[in-house]
Ligand binder design. Structure first.
Ligand SMILES: Cc1ncc(COP(=O)(O)O)c(C=O)c1O
Length: 443
């Protein structure tokens, strides 16, 4: 940061503040993590200076010999780790990767199917405001209200009725293992492509803590920055089954990424992806992935002891979805997120299945253990954290989301009161002391 501090003190100041925040707080957003110093170095390398449109050995620019080697290494590592036939490591992030899957498998206007956003699905699985819901005819499937598990009866009926060209399995808020096998049976019967979006669980899949989709899906997409613990980026993988369905699928995926959707790949990110994939081959990563799940299960058990309501009554992966309606009524996610933030615990407000409020003022929160596990926290630490979280929620119990017209003032008043809340201030001090015992990976 020496150079940055000299060149741009303003930005350097905010980065320093963010470093302090990441050190002092408990990062519990399920999609976030801490990368290693090695990943960070690759990302901050001079590879950012290079343009390399095209693919290894088939570039539109000169001077790409070194970049070719890096991209080939990244592809090889991903192929081996995930057991797939083809990998494209160039997508800028998870959303463009998913859009490329539509381009490779569908034509505009084709019918596609994904899990409803308010039931845990991702925007790019066909949600109405996303390009994927605007340019394709998207049909949403749902989870059952009680269990929070995919409603297979509805899904089968929808597939029979609408005959989608592409079906997504994967989610952004789902507490069970993804049922790849069951989805594959449905997709195969109807002749649809099955795309597994494992953005959230890619690291768990590598660690053997989550079933792999490699045998079941035709295409797999993943971000590289969540449980995989790499830089912000994404990959698209084509499986053996995918090539059996369409021998040209790999070329179609590549063409969809470039020139279909993107220009030059971010070579510094590609190098950092390669580094994170190497880290993921280590036995310590296997342990890490399994510990993420153990920590999440412990946290869930502790929450239940405090009689907090959880979707599915627990978790099979790295995340927990808490239904806050018993504490705040509909739309209480905001109160919980703000109170926990004040206490130094970072989570995100989230919809719950059958959401009674709205995606912006949802009734739940999403809580994850990947980042805490990277810092070395174990089950006994989860017990402490669950207590702080329970106490923080209790500290603001009773707030209720008012009607739209009254919301602005009510929420401003709430924030002012929360900042002065003695209990939350006390918890923040304890959290800071506790967090200081667990250095963050990269710093
Ligand atoms: C399941 C899933 N797919 C795709 C994405 C999109 O990734 P990005 O935010 O990198 O575009 C996310 C991000 O949260 C996700 O959870």
């Amino acid at each position: 940061m020496k150079n940055l501090a000299k060149t741009d003190r303003e930005i350097a100041k905010w980065i320093k503040k963010e470093v302090i925040r990441q050190k002092e707080c408990l990062e519990m957003i399920p999609s976030e993590n801490y990368v290693s110093p090695a990943v960070l170095e690759a990302m901050g390398s001079i590879l950012t200076n290079k343009y390399s449109e095209g693919f290894p050995k088939k570039r539109y620019y000169g001077g790409n010999d070194n970049i070719d080697e890096i991209e080939i290494i990244a592809q090889k590592r991903a192929k081996k780790l995930f057991g797939v036939e083809h990998v494209n490591v160039q997508p800028y992030s998870g959303s463009p990767a998913n859009l490329a899957v539509y381009m490779a498998t569908c034509s505009p206007g084709d019918t596609v199917m994904g899990l409803d956003l308010t039931h845990g699905g991702h925007l790019t699985h066909g949600w109405k405001v996303s390009a994927t819901g605007i340019f394709f005819k998207s049909i949403m499937y749902h989870v059952e209200g009680k269990s929070g598990k995919i409603d297979f009866i509805e899904l089968k009926n929808l597939v029979r009725e609408h005959k989608p060209k592409l079906i997504w399995v994967g989610a952004t808020a789902y507490v069970y293992q993804f049922p790849f096998k069951e989805l594959a049976q449905i997709a195969d019967k109807s002749g649809a492509y099955l795309a597994a979006d494992i953005a959230h669980v890619a690291g768990l899949v590598i660690a053997g803590a989550h079933i792999s989709p490699a045998k079941y899906a035709h295409i797999i997409t993943t971000t590289t920055h969540k449980t995989l613990r790499g830089p912000r980026g994404a990959m698209i993988m084509v499986t053996k089954k995918g090539l059996q369905k369409d021998p040209e699928l790999a070329e179609k995926v590549d063409r969809a990424v470039f020139p279909g959707l993107q220009g030059g790949p971010h070579d510094h990110t590609t190098a950092a992806i390669a580094v994170s994939l190497k880290e993921a081959t280590k036995s310590s990563f296997q342990k890490y992935g399994k510990q993420i799940v153990k920590n999440a299960k412990t946290l869930a058990r502790e929450f239940l002891k405090y009689r907090l309501k959880l979707v599915g009554n627990g978790t099979e992966n790295h995340m927990i979805l808490m239904d806050l309606t018993p504490i705040f009524g509909p739309g209480g996610g905001f109160f919980a997120q703000y109170a926990l933030d004040t206490a130094g615990i970072t989570i995100n407000k989230n919809t719950i299945p059958g959401e009674p409020s709205s995606p912006f003022y949802p009734s739940g929160i999403r809580i994850g253990t990947p980042a805490l596990t990277t810092r070395g926290m174990k089950e006994k630490d989860m017990t402490k954290i669950a207590k702080w979280m329970y106490q923080s929620l209790e500290a603001v119990r009773g707030y209720k989301l008012p009607k739209k017209e009254e919301r602005k003032k009510y929420l401003e008043d709430f924030k002012n009161e929360v900042h002065k809340n003695k209990e939350l201030i006390e918890i923040r001090k304890e959290v800071k002391k506790f967090a200081s015992k667990f250095p963050i990976f990269a710093w």
